[in-house]
Unconditional design. Structure first.
Length: 256
């Protein structure tokens, strides 16, 4: 069983207090959160079996057990779905960056509006001239720097570009990356990216320790403070490529 399941269970156990689940505080606790035996009791499962789950050992919880754990840990709908996904995982092959279908590349290149394609690791896989002009020159970036998380968290210019909206957007993107990282827990390309971001960004380190997860937004609006255009607003929409579902196309349109 991949390590992502155990890490996620532990993060959710450690954020709960006894009072939050109706348990007496009891004696002083040396570590934050609930004890493993308390979660097991709340979920109605054996303590040893729950410990095996947190340790990432080869056990596969049933749907009923996942539901019981979700209730015990007070998970919301997004977290419950994530737990269910992790519980179904088997050992994966090594991650390989996605390939953008030729037709999608042609669509991106042919658009006048800024557009780019990203993969599960938030690598920027394709872009057009309008995106390069609005955000950054992806052509000039080293391949490992063509990544939305690297751009948001390690390039100081992005804080000026996104202004007051930077922190909310960056934290939401980290939560989306955390969800993908859990699924690919232990994969070298995911762990190396997380390590690079942790080394270079105090904000990333703090948000990463919170272990928040999120699903992507299909659309929204961003207000940018461009060095040449000034303050401009763009509506954006995300689209999934049918030929490669892991590839996501993002298109920006000037807000009316």
């Amino acid at each position: 069983m991949p390590a992502g399941l155990g890490e996620f269970l532990r993060s959710r156990r450690e954020r709960l207090t006894p009072e939050a689940v109706g348990l007496p505080l009891g004696r002083r606790r040396r570590t934050p959160g609930l004890r493993r035996e308390e979660v097991a009791e709340l979920a109605g499962i054996g303590v040893d079996w729950y410990i095996r789950l947190e340790q990432g050992r080869t056990v596969r919880p049933s749907v009923a057990t996942v539901d019981a754990l979700a209730a015990a840990l007070r998970l919301d709908d997004t977290e419950r779905a994530h737990l269910g996904l992790l519980a179904q995982q088997t050992v994966r092959p090594l991650f390989v960056r996605e390939t953008v279908p030729a037709a999608v590349k042609a669509v991106i290149a042919g658009l006048d509006q800024p557009a780019y394609a990203t993969g599960r690791r938030w690598d920027v896989l394709a872009w057009n001239d309008a995106a390069r002009e609005l955000f950054t020159d992806f052509d000039a970036c080293a391949p490992d720097d063509r990544n939305i998380l690297v751009y948001l968290l390690l390039d100081p210019a992005t804080r000026k570009l996104f202004g007051r909206g930077w922190a909310v957007m960056a934290r939401h993107t980290v939560a989306q990356f955390r969800a993908a990282h859990d699924v690919w827990a232990g994969d070298p390309l995911f762990t190396s990216l997380a390590a690079r971001l942790s080394a270079g960004s105090p904000q990333f380190r703090a948000w990463w320790e919170d272990h928040d997860i999120s699903v992507g937004r299909g659309s929204g609006r961003k207000v940018l403070h461009h060095p040449i255009r000034g303050t401009v607003a763009y509506d954006f929409a995300n689209f999934q490529a049918n030929d490669e579902p892991a590839v996501r196309l993002t298109v920006f349109t000037p807000a009316g």
